[in-house]
Design a protein around this ligand. Structure first.
Ligand code: ATP
Length: 306
């Protein structure tokens, strides 16, 4: 049983703060690291894998700092996001190379075991550049597993992988989580994280934004106020009617016509808007959500629920 602990860990590159004072604990089972692009996930994983030193704070494995701690490297496997640059190697040669680098006593047996775990024994003598995206991910996974690490870190493992291979990969991860390994994988897609992770950590703009199971994170996301753009036949009258509604938090008239409406309770708003329009003899011409981007959802999480 291995536990990764980050205590006020930060990492900056020049004046770019990639990770900003993050504290979290990652224990056995599967943890999803969720955040939009550029949130700092890759940097966090690189610190957990011992590839980057924290600029401040600590990143420890079972109480010992990971950076420059070679014993920790024997316990950790990393599946990086970047593509393999060894397309000319076969899957077997690639996994074997990592077994040799780890100085394993029987690299051949370790290679076969890792290939079998990810069900890549059959295509193992094909060159990596003939593999599908899902197969390349599995080859990377085999390489990361060759020394049988207790901790496995995966950076965006499902990116670009087709749905069938994704299911396969998810089943593999679940199995490894059930074996008692400490697994952490990053993603920018909540639904993807939901399907495999027992626990979710959310990071946004280098900061820790939320933590909990899927239900908790989903509630935080759906309870947030939502923005709608509304166009109508009489915006001013509609605005004043909307302001009397408890489901509406605010209304702004747009200079170019139309309204921006901030809604606290979408269900109630959806029921009340047609009523208000009918009562006032106003026609609704357009109703569109204006902040559906993942970034805005995450930004809300960083600010915390209102
Ligand atoms: N070596 C580096 N030099 C300068 N800036 C960097 C470096 N590595 C990361 N950054 C910056 O740190 C921030 C976080 O990057 P990081 O790659 O960790 O995010 P991410 O959540 O993994 O995003 P993505 O999913 O797009 O890879 C970004 O603003 C990025 O440009």
């Amino acid at each position: 049983m291995s536990v990764l602990t980050l205590d006020a860990a930060s990492r900056w590159f020049g004046n770019v703060v990639a990770v900003n004072g993050i504290s979290m604990t990652v224990g056995p089972g599967i943890t999803g690291l969720l955040g939009p692009n550029g949130a700092g996930k890759t940097t966090l994983i690189a610190m957990m894998a011992g590839f980057l030193a924290p600029s401040a704070g600590t990143v420890t494995l079972d109480g010992k700092p990971i950076w420059r701690h070679t014993d920790a490297y024997r316990t950790i496997g990393l599946v990086p996001e970047r593509e393999l640059s060894f397309g000319y190697l076969t899957g077997r040669q690639f996994v074997r190379a990592n077994a040799e680098l780890h100085g394993l006593p029987d690299p051949g047996a370790a290679t076969e075991r890792a290939l079998a775990t990810v069900e890549m024994t059959d295509p193992a003598d094909r060159r990596i550049d003939t593999y599908s995206k899902g197969m390349r991910q599995r080859a990377k996974l085999a390489s990361a597993l060759v020394h049988d690490p207790a901790v496995l870190l995966l950076d965006e493992p499902f990116n670009g992988v087709d749905p069938r291979q994704r299911m396969h990969l998810m089943a593999l991860l679940r199995r490894m989580g059930e074996e008692g390994r400490t697994l952490l994988f990053s993603s920018h897609i909540l639904e993807e994280v939901e399907q495999v992770a027992r626990h979710i950590e959310v990071v946004v703009s280098g900061r820790h934004a939320a933590s909990g199971d899927f239900g908790t994170i989903r509630r935080l996301m759906t309870d947030r106020p939502m923005q709608y753009a509304v166009a109508s036949s009489d915006d001013r009258r509609l605005a004043s009617a909307l302001m009397t509604e408890p489901s509406v938090l605010g209304v702004t008239l747009r200079r170019q016509g139309g309204l921006d409406v901030s809604v606290a309770d979408l269900g109630a708003f959806a029921v009340r808007l047609p009523h208000l329009a009918r009562e006032g003899g106003i026609r609704i011409l357009e109703l569109t959500p204006s902040d559906e981007s993942l970034e805005s959802v995450f930004a809300y999480l960083v600010g915390g629920p209102a």
